[in-house]
Write a protein of this length. Structure first.
Lengths: 54, 418
């Protein structure tokens, strides 16, 4: 799963499989972090326009 | 008593009646939980799986719910990427159904792996030459996507909306939902396909083996296609069942009609490709491995796998619902529409049954006979367990969350209502 794992090999199979996994996880993680941090910022600033569906 | 939690502008049954319903379904859930713990404590000897049936009822259930849960990714794709705006009125329910389906699939897998404490091995010690590794990766990631899509729905609960942070969070998540939906569609395409690829690459099993493009057998594409076709049918079916149970109209006809029409054309193109695939397999692929078509459908105990199953899967549950759904007059008739989506759903389930269980039943070597398998009560109980769980989650979500945006308009409250 990680390059520091003893069985890791720098071949096409590992790059494609794990590259796609980390790519998807990164999009989800960054997207979620953006939403949470923005909501925390808006709450701290006392903004009031959030109403579920934009 | 719980009226403060119920969405504005809608009416729900009394709490007592709701709790009785939950208790009845909960009893079934409990039966499944008992069987689940029996399997955890005593091991897989509680099942009737054997050396011939390494994949059995659980894997069929897994593949079936994953195909039917495909309504979430395909409806999301249509709504957020292709821009079919009318589908915003059913996307919440499609997401909920997808969430139930995928969490059920993961629950079944957690029972099936035998040693759940080592389930993380598939990530850590991944075999990058296995279709199932891709399935495990995509299934996990897509379940995260579905959770992300379900969370803002939960945050729209009347009481949670009073918390400013949750209100902002729900708003922000809806704002970039297209990104999550696109990721979900990407993941779904691959894991639905890889599930089909599992049987398609088994060259030692001529019943399942298919030719294809590169490393991808035709079943890879057929599974994704069938999930995109039958998933929305399952969403429509569950919506209609919910409307019957609540005795309310929850989604306008034009929304259902649009989804059914798209599903119909997807089903028609899928079943055409499936027929071409079957003919090529029967005429070229299987004979090249020393088998005729009838070898796979005759001389088995009780004719459990006679030609009838092929006719049922491709004809009655494939061609027939496809032709029904592309017809506007059939779609306008609620009974015929219900029948069409029911047949399409049964077709997807039958296809997964055939590709998993019939494939293993067929003898491969000249001295072998057909292998038989009857699931144990523990397998049946743990397969029904997710159904009970799904009903309970849908019941709670329907009661406390604004799942159906058109419900207040379609069911106006009398004067002085909430």
């Amino acid at each position: 799963m990680f390059p520091f794992s003893f069985e890791w090999v720098w071949d096409l199979g590992h790059l494609v499989f794990h590259g796609a996994l980390w790519y998807a996880l990164s999009i989800l993680g960054i997207g979620l972090a953006y939403c949470i941090l923005k909501a925390a910022w808006q709450t701290a600033r006392g903004e009031e326009e959030g109403h579920g569906h934009p | 008593m719980d009226s403060a939690l119920i969405p504005k502008g809608v009416e729900r049954c009394p709490l007592g009646r709701f709790l009785v319903f939950i208790a009845v379904v909960g009893a079934v859930l409990l039966w499944g939980v008992v069987a689940m713990f029996l399997i955890y404590i005593k091991g897989l000897n509680q099942t009737n799986m054997n050396n011939a049936y390494g994949f059995a009822l659980w894997i069929w259930a897994d593949l079936a719910v994953i195909a039917l849960g495909g309504g979430a990714f395909f409806t999301g794709l249509l709504r957020y990427i292709i821009g079919k705006d009318e589908l915003k009125n059913i996307i919440n329910y499609a997401v909920l159904i997808g969430f139930v389906c995928y969490s059920s699939a993961l629950l079944i897998l957690a029972i099936d792996v035998g040693q759940p404490l080592r389930a993380w091995f598939i990530f850590w010690h991944a075999n990058v030459h296995s279709m199932l590794t891709e399935v495990a990766f995509c299934l996990t990631c897509y379940f995260i996507v579905l959770t992300i899509e379900y969370v803002p729905l939960m945050l729209e609960n009347r009481q949670l909306q009073r918390v400013t942070f949750f209100r902002h969070l729900a708003h922000n998540m809806h704002g970039i939902m297209a990104v999550f939906a696109a990721t979900g569609a990407f993941l779904s395409f691959f894991h639905q396909g890889s599930l089909g690829g599992v049987s398609g690459v088994l060259y030692g099993r001529p019943f399942g083996f298919r030719s294809g493009i590169g490393i991808w057998p035709w079943t890879f594409f057929l599974y994704t296609w069938s999930a995109a076709a039958c998933g929305p049918c399952f969403t429509i079916l569950v919506t209609r069942i919910t409307e019957m149970a609540t005795r309310k109209k929850l989604v306008k006809d034009n929304v259902i009609d649009l989804l059914a029409k798209i599903a119909g054309w997807m089903l028609l193109t899928y079943i055409t490709a499936k027929i071409v695939d079957t003919v090529y397999w029967a005429a070229v692929t299987a004979p090249a491995m020393g088998f005729t078509l009838l070898d796979f459908y005759t001389n088995n105990p009780g004719s459990a796998y006679g030609l009838w199953i092929l006719i049922a899967e491709v004809g009655i549950c494939g061609v027939l619902p496809a032709l029904m759904l592309v017809s506007a007059s059939v779609r306008r008739n609620p009974r015929l529409l219900f029948l069409a989506v029911l047949l399409a759903v049964l077709g997807a389930c039958l296809n997964r049954w055939v590709m998993i269980l019939q494939m293993q039943a067929v003898p491969v070597l000249p001295f072998e006979k057909w292998f038989t398998y009857l699931p144990s009560w523990q397998e049946i109980a743990t397969t029904i367990l997710p159904v009970a769980y799904g009903i309970i989650l849908i019941a709670f979500s329907y009661r406390y969350l604004p799942i159906f945006p058109q419900e207040p308009e379609l069911n106006p409250l009398p004067e002085g209502g909430r």
